[in-house]
Design a protein around this ligand. Sequence first.
Ligand code: FAD
Length: 788
Amino acid sequence: MLIVAWLLAVVVAFFALAYLNAAGWVWTAAIIAALAAMWSAQWLTPLALLIIAIVLLLPAIILNIPVLRRKVVSDMVLTAFRKVLPPMSQTERDAIEAGTVWWDGELFSGNPRWSRLLAMPRPRLTADEQRFLDHECEELCAMVSDWETTHVYRDLPPAVWQYVKDKGFLGMIIPKEFGGLGFSGFAHSQVITKLSTHSGTVAVTVMVPNSLGPGELLLHYGTDEQKKHFLPRLAKGIEVPCFALTNPNAGSDAAAIPDFGIVCMGEYQGKSTLGLKLTWEKRYITLGPVATILGLAFRAYDPDHLLGNKEDLGTLIPTHHPGVNIGHRHMPLNAVFQNGPNSGKDVFIPIEWVIGGKAQVGNGWRMLMESLAAGRGISLPSSSTGMAKLAVRATGGYARVRSQFKTPIGKFEGVEEALARMGGNLYMMDATRMLTALAVDLGEKPAVPSAIAKFHLTDRARQVINDAMDVVGGKGICMGPSNFLGAAYMQLPVSITVEGANILTRSLIIFGQGAMRCHPYVLKEIEATRETDRERASIAFDRALFGHISFVLSNMARSFVMGLCGSHCAVAPDKVARETRRYYQQLTRFSAVLAFLSDVSMGSLGGALKRKEKLSARLGDILSMLYLCSATLKRYEVEGRQISDAPLMHWAIWDAMFPSDQLGHAVAKLLIEPSATRDRLTAGMFVSSNEENSVGAIELALAATLAADPIEAKIKDAVKAGRLSIKARDDRIADAQSAGIITAEESSALRRAQRLVDKVVRVDDFPPDLGASEMRLSAAVVAHKAAA
Ligand SMILES: Cc1cc2nc3c(=O)[nH]c(=O)nc-3n(C[C@H](O)[C@H](O)[C@H](O)COP(=O)(O)OP(=O)(O)OC[C@H]3O[C@@H](n4cnc5c(N)ncnc54)[C@H](O)[C@@H]3O)c2cc1C
């Protein structure tokens, strides 16, 4: 019996010490205490006890004395580690080391410090930024019609292009000192979100110059001369930039571009000049066909050693420069933003056209990797959230005003299920968008959070839009000016593909980069293997190795114990809403499990983990869900714990942790009726009050339908009581008014609601040839004019 109690005490002590990540001497003291208990109980002969003591205490003593530990353990492991570590190219190193570790590091730690998340400020707009959203953005949205853009101009109308340039939309990230708007990451995100609630074409056109490209690269790496010349011109749209990286043979594997430049002497403006002779073929380049400045990525070679053999990315070439072939367009599904190929063969440019000048030749890939996170954290997360806002608000309204089987379709359980997914997803998406933009404003380069936001927000936007398409049925399928959804549906694959195609981002990048960057010890271990000074390498590796071992032990014990007690033993932060406390506890447990599973996977598979993409993707999903859930909880706090928004928050967290449909009804109800929650959920959206606008019509129809509900009820009661006969709707309204059941105002309110609902339900139709003869006619006119 005593032995059982002793064994139990040893097991409990083991887990307690591991759970608390106890220091080495505490472990040693615990071993001595266990041996002492054995000694006093006299279970073993003194000799047997002595042997056990030597076996346990000798390693304990060695492990407690760093110099000894290094000699006996760490140095040997370091030698073995150096042999098995797969070689890492500079390109891979740049990709892994790019950016900073932020809240993602806490999520990977196994024990996130929630107080750090909660202490982060709420993102806010300055008065200028708010004014811009309320005026310039509203005006731009009012000027653009997606239908006109896609079907009449096949481009933004000229007046819209001019407005975008004049008002500085293309220079939001350029500081005021260079004539730009100097907006924060959050303001930039709000603008893209708003534009995306109305027109994908205008959103993409504005998004690209403010994302990774010449503007961003010049800001960080340009020479003073380049900044002074280009930034003010980019800010005012005098120059339109594009960034050309993708080659027909190198899409996802962008580092493998075959485009090249040879460092050589050539003639420029009549003088012999040091420069590059470039040959390239690019495709899919957004704004390429109308760009005046081509930001070109290529590999530089220096066979004559004029600079040293270096590779490069990022050269600015005026598109009118001889030899630049530019102007043709691709047709990215239904979106008509400018996008096309460009190429050049043996085009000579002076070396000063390299971003950052001669000094930066060779640093291109690193520059690109370092600058990637800010744009990736803002552009696509914001545009996807914008599209989801449009879908949620308009579909919610539509589901209330469209009736079948004498019931608004939004009240059917089946439709509720889709609406619940839409609302819950949007709440979480917007929360993640805001948290990631905040990271940019806090000066971070959030490499891993931006990859998470890119993948999950575009993926969820697709889910939201697909659900919306199912809810609106044929109304979403028949294209025309009154279809508010079809364009977003067709544009979504663009978001999925660009800035790191989604399958690749999920399978390779999120966990691959997360595990290396966010893990507190792995990168330190790898760095130690590269250290050439023996003593320094030994000390650094020893610290990292033993830190890593206690980290694994601790996370194993914490995962096990928290699993046993249903996370109740995890500490939740004090100052959070009561209804969310359990979520913090659960997330702490999942963080420990993720950290432990990651170490098990890396330890057992080593470099092969890179090829086990399904495993990497699933581990990445856990990291992503932790990030999305923490963003959601943060949002709930900063928005003042709005109790009416709670179903959205609960739905989003439950869906991420343990998918459930319990909350569906409450969430769906929030979407189909006007409320502060619905406004908060779709905040920042462009909502027209014009009934000729497809979303404006739904808003007006929704308000009119709700106002008509009690009047309809009076008529129904009268029919039931036999005071009114069952007739067609129009006749019934007239009869009800003549019978004194409703007043003249009530009658006109009913007719208005009916007219607006009919307008919403209607879809567009066209001549039998869908306008092809008109198009052929105008093409013939153009050809005739050209011939003349
Ligand atoms: C509308 C549009 C606008 C664009 N704008 C620009 C621009 O302005 N500038 C620019 O330089 N480029 C631009 N691009 C290019 C874009 O970045 C690429 O399309 C993207 O990198 C994917 O390359 P790809 O289309 O060749 O697909 P591929 O690389 O052929 O990939 C095909 C599929 O394979 C998957 N895949 C590839 N490798 C892996 C892997 N290791 N593990 C798992 N899955 C993998 C991908 O996820 C994808 O699903 C644009 C593209 C489009 C369509």
